[in-house]
Unconditional design. Sequence first.
Length: 477
Amino acid sequence: MKYPSSIDKEIQIVKEIVSDWPVEVDFNNVIKWILQFDTEDFEIPLRIIKYLNVVGYDDLNNALTVAYSKLERMANEKGTKITNKNTLFAGIGDGGKSGAMISYNFRLTNELSEENFLDDESIIFIEEGRIENIVLVDDIVGTGNQAVKEINKLAESVIPLGVKNIFLLTAIGMKEGIRKVEKETSAFIFSAFEYDSIDSVSSLDSVFYEGIEHEQRSILKERIEYYGKSVSKSPLGYGGLGLLITFYYNTPNSTLPVIWSSLNSWIPLFKRVRKINGIASYYRQIDGAKPKRKTRKDSKELILFVEGKTDEIFFELLSPRIKEELGVEKINVISLGGGYRSEKLIKNLEKFSISTYIYVIEKDERSIGYMEISKEYLKNSPFIEAPILAKYFDLVKVWNDEEYRRAFHRLRLKEIELTEESMPEFERHFLRGLPMSMRQRYLEKLIIKYPNIEEIDNLIQLIKEKFIEIKTPPNKS
């Protein structure tokens, strides 16, 4: 058959691209997909095929290996052991998610025991308090909305049962979605490949529009949305991301719907598979779990529940001093992320915790509303209010240190005038804005070289007073 002249010259190029994909695709189906577009819009499917990122079996396995390597490196720096005795793995999500498929590949690629993956039998290890780490595995984090929802829901159930760390590993991550997960959960996230809007259709600066004048780019995007509206409620995919990504077994819903949708008799290029269960299918069992450990009211362990991952690093670095001052054998620092505003999590911790614990709330004038919510939920729990992190360092000396000034320059902080009022801004960009591995290194150096001794002493004294208050039996006279 001879193809329309409008695409005939492009067919050979399309054939070459499709033949290089790491999956077998019926070329006749590719042609049928292209021909669904109006003749004047053939540039759209041709560009989609040219820029589509098709992730094959080997590509996925390599990415999962890289993500796991990143996790183990960070875990070693953090002093957290990832072993087959204290760690469970699970695919995340259900519905259109592919967590179960991903976790299977992840297990084979990293030579992990099947017994270390969440199932009906392994939940008992969480109940017995043997599990310190849960590693969630997924193919992609897009907007981060679903990951945030599921991680926080999981944290409500497992942190009270002794789980200290939740990790999320993905082959691919959108930078905005990664930031959302880091900001709104207690999880550490590792993606092998991090993409930005410039790698999608949503941004007019994307490589997808290469060679097209700016005005024409807007017109082309509008035509993509026109077709998207006929096959999906979200013309550019979930969250409006407009991704150009598909995996050999499934296509994310944040990818352009014209690629995967079959609504209204549309012929998909890569059909989207549904109903592959992940960890969400076990939530009911985990929610019903009860700790099987013996209660140790005289435990010489103190748990500090802090708000964010940066706070966790800071308090872990201080833990030898706190341990010595309080005379306890062990200090555990656990970040709760958004859990501070989860009434269910707080109640579960009150109900199931077997160790002495103290919540640390940061007194930040920028988030008074959140502080009040947290304090309301914590009214029956021991907590202290501590200054913002920046107060624990001599920032004048930090500001004049050449090593840090180079970091400030990269983060565009050099124009900030260092004052009491600018401390929160400095903290947000520098102490909390750096990559996790750099935060660990910089905080460690700051505590050694430029500590604000008075503020650190005051903090430890606050913790000590609250600890004594908890340990002192009430006066019954």
